[in-house]
Design a protein around this ligand. Sequence first.
Ligand SMILES: CC(C)C[C@H](N)C(=O)N1CCC[C@H]1C(=O)O
Length: 729
Amino acid sequence: MADKEDPKKGKRSKGTSKEVCGYPLSIFFIVVNEFCERFSYYGMRAVLVLYFKYFLRWDDDLATSIYHTFVALCYLTPILGAIVADSWLGKFKTIIYLSIVYAIGQVAMAVSAIHDITDTDRDGTPDNMTFHVVLSMVGLLLIALGTGGIKPCVAAFGGDQFGDHQEKQRRTFFSVFYLCINGGSLLSTIITPILRAQNCGIYSKQKCYSLAFGVPAALMMVALVVFILGSGMYYKAKPQGNIMLDVCKCIGFAIKNRYRHRGNQYPKRKHWMDWAEEKYEKLLIAQIKMVLKVLFLYIPLPMFWTLFDQKGSRWTLQATTMNGDFGLLVIQPDQMQTVNPILILTLVPVMDSLIYPLIKKCGLNFTPLKRMTVGMILAALAFVCAAVVQLQIDKTLPVFPSASQVQLKLLNMGNKTVTVQLQDNEPAILAPAQVSDEYFVFDTDQITVLATAGSTTVHRGISFTKGKRQKLLLPLDLNKEWVQIDDLNSKPEEGNNAIRFVNGKNAEVNVSSAVANFGIIQPFHYSNYSLIKNGKVTFNLQSGSESCEYSRDFGFGSSFTFLIPNNLTFGQNCQEEITSAEDIKPNSVHMALQIPQYFFITAGEVMFSVTGLEFSYSQAPSNMKAVLQAGWLFTVAIGNFIVLIVAELAKLPKQWAEYVLFASLLVAVCIIFSIMAYFYTYIDPAEIEAQFKKVDDDDEDDKSKQQKAEIEMVKRDSVSSSEDDEKSK
Ligand SMILES: CC(C)C[C@H](N)C(=O)N1CCC[C@H]1C(=O)O
């Protein structure tokens, strides 16, 4: 489609799209497409690890490594999409074809999550897991190819819709584009976990992963349809042949030619790419120079994403050691991540309509590269905040035994007071059904215990495994077996509460609740731990035909051992009679303290990422817009990889120190970046390209004039020589 003159303004406006408030109407279809696509991507991602763990029954390690590999792949495939778009199909067709691949991938995921397909014995679990694994892996590969492939094309295609006179609108477009990314992701990360939690199935009801993947699949189809609907309005720049191959050949030739002419006798050239001048057009060389200049500037940028990506890992782990009770709302640790897209939705308009204009009014030239530098500093600041919060948390965490220590609590299951002397410690006096408040700490794996209850005194030596926390259950009759049970040696995962019951009665007791079933506990024995979310839980205790209820309110990250006392009388309510031992205190540092770090990282993201997107577009030559977008996304992929490597290598003993280390690394990288940015000169690629085209045209004119002149000269020569011949005759 050719460029069109705008008769009113006398300036060029691209495509056949109408303008609304100075914006091409076609942009509407592109931003809606992006919203639906990001809903699809982030929605599917939100339940992916759970699907691996609970549907495919993979262990934690396999689930997380496949998840991270998939995410990294999604940011590597943009290179492929960009090459196809810029060299072969053009952005429009690439988006259409790869969106189809993407939607097929999402449908494959949804189908792979239907357990009924292979559940021949109808027990609710798939019977042919290979089918589900293969289909979901094929689905993920198609999704990675689709989402990554279209990503650089959609952003660049949006940028293409603006004419030369719409610089300001194009900048706003990239902000709106980012808003759509985050609007879509926010909605889907709230909705898909709710869909997953539903029960569905034909023969048996199971958690509904097929719906959680099906809705993102439907949204991807909507994205495709919306994009096609705008078809008549788009400006579609034509791909200019196999540009990437030309670029590689040109760079290769420049290097080879430079190497061949390495002696002092050869005059130096301004830029090493100028060594390609013998064979390649000056325009192509200039375009390669533009791309290389920007790519060089990108080298330090992955460090920003390395910090940014830790929101999903380290910061979520940090949240598991915090209290998420916000009064009206209880926030789960992984839900804290939604603070990022929520803040994006507020900060992007605030920056665009308030902060940047204000900075401009103060007479400061806040160039894109300066914005990106400030963005990095804000991200480093976010990690300093995370370190301060970590120090607060560390003060409240229990002290677990070191590798050479043991910790021991005493629990009296009997109905008499017991006096216990552990090694040389002061004797501990335990009333019936009482648990010692604190753990006794020993630096040995053998201790002697002297216990007296009434007239019975027993002297025993007991041994431990070092590095463990244990409970010693003292029986009704001290002469009987003393049971040692292992307590938790770390905070329960994901902010859950670890709950366990000890049965001090002479009879079996069955303990159950709506959220966990402890089963039948034998006399003077104990149940396994069950993990329970925060909130009020009512336990039902049943022994023979008698039963009673016991209710507790749980916070986040605690561990309790509940003792059913020997003399428990089952009535309607045994609230007062159950003894509770608080082995690990609930988290006391509030999750709201994470908000400053989220604020700084998101403000940093707005300055860094939104600006980076626009910068990558504006500084790219016309035939490599998608390629530079892919280069930008490549920095996200490398950031992801660094997180994976760092998670393995940088195991500092203190988490707060690791946060400070990352903040310092980013500051160091930021200094390098600002020096590089200082030497960068902004260009207008269209202007440079126009100059080269003009020079070429002039050259063409010169060449044809010269040719004409030469023909004239030959003609004249032949005429004069024949005249001479005539004369000589
Ligand atoms: C992690 C959030 C849901 C999304 C994030 N704020 C964001 O917009 N992005 C993270 C990587 C680049 C960008 C995206 O395009 O998704």
